[in-house]
Write a protein that binds this ligand. Sequence first.
Ligand code: BGC
Length: 713
Amino acid sequence: MKYKNPSLSVQERVNDLLPRMTLEEKIAQCIQIYIPPDHPGEIVDRIQAVGLGSRILGAVSLAGNVSQRTAGIEDLNEIQRIAMNEFRLGIPVIHGLDVIHGLRVIFPIPLGLAATFDPDAIQKTYNIAAEECFRLGIHWSFAPMLDIAHDPRWGRIVEGFGEDPYLGAKMAVAAIKGFQGELDENGYQSQDHILACAKHYIGYGSAEGGRDYNTAEITDHTLRNIYLPPFRAAVQAGVGSVMSAFEDLNGEPASGSRYLLTDLLKEELGFNGFVISDWASVAELIHHRVAANEREAAQIAFDAGVDMEMVTECYAHHLADLVMEGIISMERLDDAVRRILTQKFQLGLFDHPYADVQKSLEIRDLSAYHIAAREVTARSMVLLKNNGILPLPGDVRRIALIGPFVNQRRALLGTWVNDVLADEPQTLEEALRASCPDVEILTAPNGLMDEMIMIAAEADIVLLALGESNARNGEYNSIASLNLPAGQEELAQAVAGMGKPLAVLVFAGRPVTLTRILPHADALLYAWHPGSMGAAAAVDILLGKVNPAGKLPVTFPRGEGQIPVHYNHKSTGRDHPRYLDMPVEPLFPFGFGLSYTRFEITDLVVEPVEIPAGASVNVSVTVTNTGECKGEEVVQCYLQDCVSRRTRPERELKGFQRIALQPGESRRVEFTLGPDEMSYYGAGGSWVLEPGAFKVWIGNDCKASLEGSFLLK
Ligand code: BGC
């Protein structure tokens, strides 16, 4: 049987296997089931009844914030043994799990990872996650999430890479490469890699009112220019699977839209992996009231292009009849199965179906991963204010360490983490004591606010750790007010009243409003939900062992009234639209973040200043570290198409580089802007490059003022 021969190419093996399969065997590949790990018997019955394409691990939908035991390596191998040996063709099962920002070693939430503006670091992060998964028998992660979001009330903003399509696309590619690695000449992934899943396709991040699962209305122009680029980049990077979203978009549920899934994704973008529904999103076509029953839901979703159904059983119960009655063509079924089998072969599942118990033990020692996590976590933190009190001076003798986040563990990990890890992270207090054994650290013995204020009065400097719980972020966890939870603003104000230098740390899964905290703080470090090594990384920054260089991947509004909020708004017919009771400018712009040193960006040169269509320009600047310590700067390049046939953003990020400079050191930093950067989806959704003038700015946030221009002839 040729399909069993690993020396043949993936395509040859799929071509050999597909015609051998019965209708039932084909349909089994299109089914992903969920069985709680404590019911192993049930899954065996299930496989024996319908066969099995895939199994989702984890506990329940909304798995982001619950205690769960995922299946162990022996259970997974046993399922695989049944699939391989007790079924005629021996087709392996693909096991999927939401590994969103790490498995055992938890990295910052994806929004924090985006703040690194460092695709290499992101690739390494997802590579570590892949290695951990692979060794434990998990073949597929439902990540990265590529939803652009302009509304921080939406709880799932935590899971994405922010508001910008260009940054989102770079991060998407890095995460996918980290998970999937490269294919060899026969189309196989190397060991220690897994399958990635670009989700939630598409527009899920623009849920009305920021309420999860809600309706979205996005014009085709905005859909293609703002929401599509990360998915387009993911497809170009070879992502093996895409998850269809829950929401109703422009009058069609995304999981039942032929336009989105087949015309745009598979045909226009050329996606050749497979589409999995979101959890129950096929059956939810009934709740959207576009299908009357499960049979119609199966028909609509399968026809639209959903190749595998997650958890619900519309396909299991109805696909066979739909195919036999000619309502769904065998050609469409073959296409779905071909896509799924291709990924299974590519992953090497037919050749190495079992997780290696010995190898899984090798990763018990996670110290190398912890070192990597500490580094990337420090890279993700954003210094939003500093009157010079950070880094903490070497002669500080008494630090008051107060606030609701001093002794948190679980909350530091953020959402989408298996709660069994809850006790593992160091607390901020433990990390600070470990790094400053000679400093007196005062804490509130009973965690009472009045104690905190009294302690603040006795210290040389106050570290106030604020934040929101992991349970306030993630799926179905939207909020209406972006303020920190009750009492924290008052605490900041009262502590500041004691007159001591005050550094505030904020641990959060979204931009919270800092408007009433900022005036009281001498310094403010935004630490996100930073993961397993979060406390240690924050202390590295407080002590100046690491110079912060993270930048905001989302705009921080002054208040909810500014939502939807994003830097890349369009030009309007009149002056910039305003509010009468609040400035239009946000509190912190996209791309913003301070350092312990200073950088100057000068001498912008554009070369050449006139180009023919299809050519590129180089834009360069000199970046100088004019401060006293070494540091890193994220140099950002923004572009404006001065006159275009369709309205375009005032400026758009089109390049960034995170560079390290010693004090006094200068470097020329160059960006190449080519047709890809200058083009956009124009009339009729076609990709156009229009002649005319372009403006370019380089700086260290989206307000960059150093300007140049060029002409595209
Ligand atoms: C979420 C997805 C997730 C899936 C599987 C759904 O509720 O929307 O992001 O991958 O569950 O857990």
